[in-house]
Design a protein around this ligand. Structure first.
Ligand code: 2PG
Ligand code: MG
Length: 412
C-alpha cells in the first residue's frame, strides 16, 4: 500500500498534433505513473466531454488547484481516486473537469500502484484472475472522418488474425496483410501515394465496395481464406453519415443515400459477402432497434456498439434489454475514469457481451490500454497495425508474452 505523494500535469500533443493533457502521479516520492489522454474524431453524442470548453489548459488548471485533495490517497484505491474526481465534477459527462483528466489521473494512479507493488498493470487491475491475450484488430484501410476526400465513406476496414494461436503470429499476420494491401493498391492505382489515415490504415481514392474488394484481395493473395486464418471487420461509424433532417444515411463520397431499412440491407450485405467477424456501428448512435435487427441476423459476427454505447453502463443496460448488440467497444476516455470503464466491463462480462478495448484516432504513445484489454478479458484489442502510437500497444503485448500469467489467445 503506497500513498500518492505528488500529482502534476502538463500539456502535450497527441498523434494528430492536437493538444492534450498528461498526468504524473507519484507514490512515496518514487513510483511514477504517467498517462497521456487520447481523443476521438468520430465522437459519440453521449460520451464524456474531453476538456471543459474544449480547453486542455482548463483541465490542467483544475488539477493544479486541487492536487492536495489527491495527496495521501492510496494510489491503488481506484474508487477513492474516482470519488475525488467526482467531488470536483458531479456532472454525468465530466463537462467541468474533462473526461481526459479523469482518464489520465486514474490510469496514472494505477500505474504508480502497479510499480509500487512490482506487478504488471493488468494484474493489479484484476487480481487473482486468469488472463488471455485479446486478438489485435487493426485498421488496414481508412476513410470517413479519419481520411481525406475521395476515400471511402466507411471509416475503417480492419484485419484480425482469427486463426492465430499466439500473439506473435497474430501481430505478424496483421502486418503482412497491411503490407500486401499496399501492393494491391499500387497495382490498382499507379498514382496511389501510400497516404494513410489517422490510424495508419491506407487511405486510397476508392469507394466503399472497391475498398472492401481490395482488402479481401490482399488476404487472398497471401493464401488466407476469409473467416479462417484471417477475418475482416468494418467500423461503419454510421453516425457520421446519418442526417437527422433527411432521416437518411448520406454517403457523400459514393453518391447515394440510404433509408434506415436500406442501411440495414447495406450493412448486412457487406457482413455476409466478406464474412465479417466484426461490424461496428452499422447504424447510427440512436438506432437501438435497427442494431437489434442486425444482431439477430448475425449471431456469429461481433455486432458491436461504439458510438451507440459510448462505454456507458446505463446505455449498455438499455442495449442489453433491447438485444441491440452482442459486443461493445471499451474506450476509457468515452467513460471518463478508469473506474467507470471497469464498472462498464463488469456489466458487459456478466451479460456475455464481448468486449473490444479500443484506442482513439488521436493517440499517445502510451500502452496501458494493452493491459486494460487483458484485465477486462477483452476478446479483441483495437489498436491499429502500424504507426508509432499504434505499434506501441502491440509491442507491449509482445513484452507481456514473456509473462507466464497470460496463457493463450482469447476465445472469440
Ligand atoms: C472509432 C475510433 C477508433 P475515433 O470510431 O472506433 O477507431 O475512432 O477515436 O475517431 O472515435
Ligand atoms: Mg467506432
Amino acid at each position: 500500500m503506497t500513498k500518492i505523494s505528488s500529482i502534476e500535469g502538463r500539456i502535450l500533443y497527441n498523434s494528430r498534433g492536437s493538444k492534450t493533457i498528461e498526468i504524473d502521479v507519484e507514490s512515496e516520492g518514487k513510483f511514477l505513473g504517467r498517462a497521456c489522454a487520447p481523443s476521438g474524431a468520430s465522437v459519440g453524442k453521449y460520451e464524456a466531454v474531453c476538456f471543459p470548453n474544449g480547453k486542455p489548459e482548463e483541465s490542467l488548471r483544475i488539477i493544479q488547484e486541487n492536487s492536495q485533495k489527491f495527496i495521501g490517497l492510496e494510489s491503488s484505491d481506484l474508487k477513492g481516486i474516482h470519488d475525488t474526481l467526482k467531488s470536483l465534477d458531479n456532472s454525468t459527462n465530466y463537462s467541468r473537469i474533462g473526461g481526459a483528466l479523469a482518464f489520465a489521473v486514474t490510469i496514472a494512479s494505477m500505474e504508480s500502484a502497479a510499480k509500487a507493488a512490482k506487478q504488471p498493470l493488468f494484474e493489479i487491475l484484476s487480481p487473482k484472475s486468469s488472463f488471455k491475450f485479446p486478438f489485435p484488430l487493426g485498421n488496414i484501410l481508412g476513410g470517413g472522418v479519419h481520411a481525406g476526400p475521395g476515400t471511402p465513406d466507411i471509416q475503417e476496414i480492419l484485419i484480425c488474425a482469427t486463426g492465430s494461436k499466439t500473439i506473435e503470429s497474430a501481430i505478424e499476420t496483421n502486418l503482412s496483410v497491411h503490407k500486401e494491401l499496399r501492393r494491391v493498391l499500387e497495382k490498382e492505382d499507379p498514382n496511389f501515394t501510400n497516404g494513410r489515415g489517422d490510424e495508419g490504415g491506407w487511405a486510397p481514392k476508392l469507394e466503399n465496395q472497391k475498398a472492401l474488394e481490395v482488402s479481401a484481395k490482399a488476404c487472398e493473395n497471401l493464401g488466407f481464406t476469409l473467416g479462417k486464418e484471417v477475418s475482416l471487420g468494418v467500423d461503419f461509424a454510421s453516425s457520421t453519415q446519418w442526417n437527422e433532417e433527411k432521416q437518411k444515411y448520406v454517403y457523400d463520397r459514393a453518391g447515394f443515400e440510404n433509408s434506415a431499412g436500406e442501411q440495414i440491407d447495406f450493412a448486412s450485405n457487406i457482413i455476409e459477402k466478406y464474412k465479417l467477424i466484426f461490424a461496428e456501428d452499422a447504424v447510427h448512435e440512436e438506432a437501438f432497434e435497427d442494431m437489434a435487427e442486425i444482431t439477430a441476423k448475425f449471431p456469429n459476427t461481433m455486432i458491436t456498439g461504439d458510438d451507440l454505447i459510448v462505454t456507458n453502463k446505463n446505455i449498455l443496460t438499455k442495449a442489453i434489454g433491447l438485444k441491440s448488440c452482442n459486443a461493445v467497444i471499451l474506450k476509457v476516455n468515452q467513460a471518463g475514469s478508469l473506474y467507470d470503464a471497469l464498472e462498464f466491463a463488469k456489466v458487459a462480462n456478466q451479460n456475455n457481451i464481448r468486449l473490444i478495448t479500443s484506442h482513439r484516432s488521436g493517440e499517445s504513445i502510451d500502452s496501458q490500454i494493452s493491459h486494460i484489454g487483458i484485465a477486462t478479458k477483452s476478446k479483441m484489442l483495437k489498436v491499429g497495425v502500424v504507426g508509432g502510437e499504434r505499434i506501441a500497444k502491440l509491442n507491449e503485448l509482445l513484452r507481456l508474452s514473456e509473462h507466464d500469467l497470460i496463457r493463450g489467445m482469447a476465445e472469440i
